[in-house]
Design a protein around this ligand. Structure first.
Ligand SMILES: NC(=O)c1ccc[n+]([C@@H]2O[C@H](COP(=O)([O-])OP(=O)(O)OC[C@H]3O[C@@H](n4cnc5c(N)ncnc54)[C@H](O)[C@@H]3O)[C@@H](O)[C@H]2O)c1
Length: 345
């Protein structure tokens, strides 16, 4: 039996990964380490999994707890590091915790992985497309060599963690891989993020607020496709992935305004609900993934189209109001614009 240590496993992507592995891989024991910030949710774990003491263990703890991290890494064959503060607007409102968790927390993991490298076969660091900043060449997709120009404190913290991992790969030959997913969406995503905020707003007949004119483009990938990519990286021959960086996206950019329109169309509500508000400082104009490396090397490609993925996601939120209603008050945070004005984002 293999043991996977999953940090941040109670959050959106981490819990999708944990549920998938629990259901599909009976030869894997899961250890989840999560500090249960506002973004963690124990209801993201199915009851049967929580009761299964043989294959599932939950640790309520912080990635900055060096002793705890070290004792968990020492028991693990694979470490998948999702734990992070993950919201751009929140990083403008209150940035220090982003560097503490995303950068220092990653250093705690790396240090232990190096110490236990005889046991740990693979360390998968979940970085982000945000490390790139806006696409320097908007007429073509961004590959893994695109310059890193993080545009928000969140992006800077993720870029710091990404380069920290890189330094451990080079200095200590750590058995690690850096993964840069583009914008994930799907069930159980916190309402602070655009897609679920739009869906729940439309379900309640409230305005769907676009930052700026909504022309900013993102490469939207369904979380289930991201989970499949992470597993392809975990399963691959080490010679194909060790020390590498992989983008995970669809290769298709779509504007935020178009996403909002697709959601109001699917739910049959008035497009007049879509309104423009102040643009967010640190906004990225365009993200568009070049996924040649992961496609060619690992044979991975996304399966869900944006239409299908969005319609499944809308269906989930329609049925699971009990999950999202308690999060409504955390949709917005106050941020101060360069003009000095403070607005809710
Ligand atoms: N959501 C996206 O579109 C996206 C895209 C690219 C990369 N990522 C990255 O993927 C990872 C997961 O993202 P997500 O959307 O699931 O985030 P999320 O905010 O939903 O979940 C983060 C989880 O980490 C936990 N956590 C926070 N601080 C911690 C700490 N100090 N110690 C232990 N646990 C802690 C939280 O409790 C939560 O369960 C993050 O590293 C994020 O930067 C996300």
């Amino acid at each position: 039996m293999k043991t996977y240590l999953v940090t941040g496993g109670a959050g959106f992507i981490g819990s999708a990964f944990v549920r998938h592995v629990y259901r599909r891989r009976r030869d894997v024991r899961l250890i989840v380490l999560d500090a249960m910030t506002y973004a963690g949710n124990l209801n993201n774990f199915p009851r049967a999994m929580k009761a299964d003491q043989k294959r599932f263990k939950f640790w309520w703890g912080n990635v900055n707890n060096l002793n705890l991290v070290d004792s968990l890494v020492a028991q693990s064959d694979v470490v998948i590091h999702f734990a992070a503060e993950s919201h751009v607007s929140r990083s403008i409102y209150d940035d220090r915790i982003f560097f503490e968790t995303d950068v220092c927390g990653t250093q705690a993991l790396c240090q232990s992985v190096v110490r236990h490298r005889k046991r740990v076969d693979r360390f998968v660091h979940v970085s982000s497309s945000e490390v790139y900043g806006t696409n320097d060449f908007p007429d073509r997709p961004m590959d893994e060599d695109h310059p890193l120009k993080p545009a928000s404190p969140y992006a800077a913290a993720k870029a710091g963690a990404d380069r920290l991992v890189y330094s451990y790969l080079r200095t200590y030959d750590m058995p690690g891989v850096i993964v840069r997913p583009f914008n994930n969406y799907g069930p159980r995503q916190h309402l602070e993020k655009a897609v679920p905020r739009f869906i729940c707003g439309a379900l309640m007949g409230e305005p769907l607020t676009l930052h700026g004119d909504g022309s900013a483009q993102r490469d939207w990938i369904h979380v289930s496709d991201n989970v499949r990519a992470l597993l392809a990286i975990i399963d691959a021959d080490s010679r194909l992935v060790r020390g590498e960086v992989f983008n995970v996206g669809t290769g298709r950019p779509t504007s935020v305004a178009k996403i909002a329109r697709m959601i109001v169309d699917e739910l049959g509500v008035s497009p007049d609900l879509i309104v423009e508000v102040h643009n967010r400082p640190g906004q990225v104009d365009q993200h568009w993934a070049d996924t040649t490396r992961i496609r060619q090397r690992l044979g991975w490609s996304p399966r869900l189209s944006l239409d299908d993925g969005l319609s499944r996601t809308i269906d989930w939120y329609r049925r699971r109001e009990r999950w999202w209603r308690p999060l409504l008050w955390m949709r917005h945070v106050p941020i101060t614009l360069p003009s000095g004005e403070t607005v809710m984002h």
